[in-house]
Design a protein around this ligand. Structure first.
Ligand code: HEM
Ligand code: HEM
Length: 161
């Protein structure tokens, strides 16, 4: 398993733990529901989306039968999404009390998270298509299968009986 697959799964699980803890805190102390959007993004952007990123990077290349388009971009994606999520959560929580500085931190984190998501779209899209070499190999295999289908059947020896 690639390092970034493990790292996405761990970031996802850590977000779930933090998200449900904040949920429980809000349930126990209603004034803290001002942090509802931080809770929501921890569980939806953190837990759900990071889990999909990690599982997607592991499974899509195997389903598609092509190597992952760029492991380097997937590694950068992990950094961008993880640092971005951390800034977003701080930004959302700060914005509930300090709107201006909270918004700037949220915009910085949101931009990193969005860059991460765009990287995922790009890498998975290219992985589904496969490299030009893989596409050429598939075309060659299809052509030789067609040629074999068109070839006349060999003359089989006829029994003398
Ligand atoms: C121990 C687990 C959880 C607890 C105790 C919890 C608790 C809460 C609380 C207290 C609220 C605020 C409700 C209000 O504004 O009055 C809330 C909102 C929300 N939670 Fe959770 N939550 C938990 C897990 C989850 C999970 C796993 C998800 C999604 C995967 C989730 C998604 C949401 C969403 C989307 C909202 C916003 C709802 C809205 O504003 O309409 N929560 N949660
Ligand atoms: C780049 C990533 C993202 C950014 C920057 C972002 C930003 C935001 C912002 C600024 C809000 C408004 C919060 C407020 O009312 O104060 C919001 C709301 C919301 N976001 Fe996101 N978001 C992102 C990704 C996601 C993802 C991936 C999901 C779900 C899988 C999601 C689900 C929601 C929902 C359901 C709301 C409505 C909350 C409500 O009004 O109760 N977001 N988002």
């Amino acid at each position: 398993m690639e390092w970034f697959v493990k790292a996405f799964l761990k970031a996802s699980l850590a977000s779930l733990a933090l998200g449900v803890s904040l949920g429980l805190a809000m349930a126990a102390h209603p004034p803290w529901t001002i942090h509802r959007v931080a809770h929501m993004h921890l569980v939806l952007l953190g837990f759900v989306t990071m889990m999909i990123y990690g599982v997607g990077y592991h499974v899509v290349p195997r389903f598609a039968g092509h190597a992952l388009h760029s492991a380097r971009a997937a590694g950068w994606h992990w950094w961008s999404s993880t640092v971005g999520l951390a800034f977003m959560i701080v930004g959302f929580m700060l914005r509930a009390v300090l709107p201006t500085s909270g918004t700037w931190i949220l915009v910085a984190g949101g931009s990193l998270s969005a860059i991460g998501a765009y990287l995922f779209v790009y890498v998975i899209w290219r992985t589904v298509d496969g490299s030009p070499a893989a596409q050429a190999a598939v075309a060659r295999a299809r052509e030789s299968a067609n040629a074999a289908r068109r070839a006349p059947l060999p003359n089989l020896p006829v029994s003398s009986r």
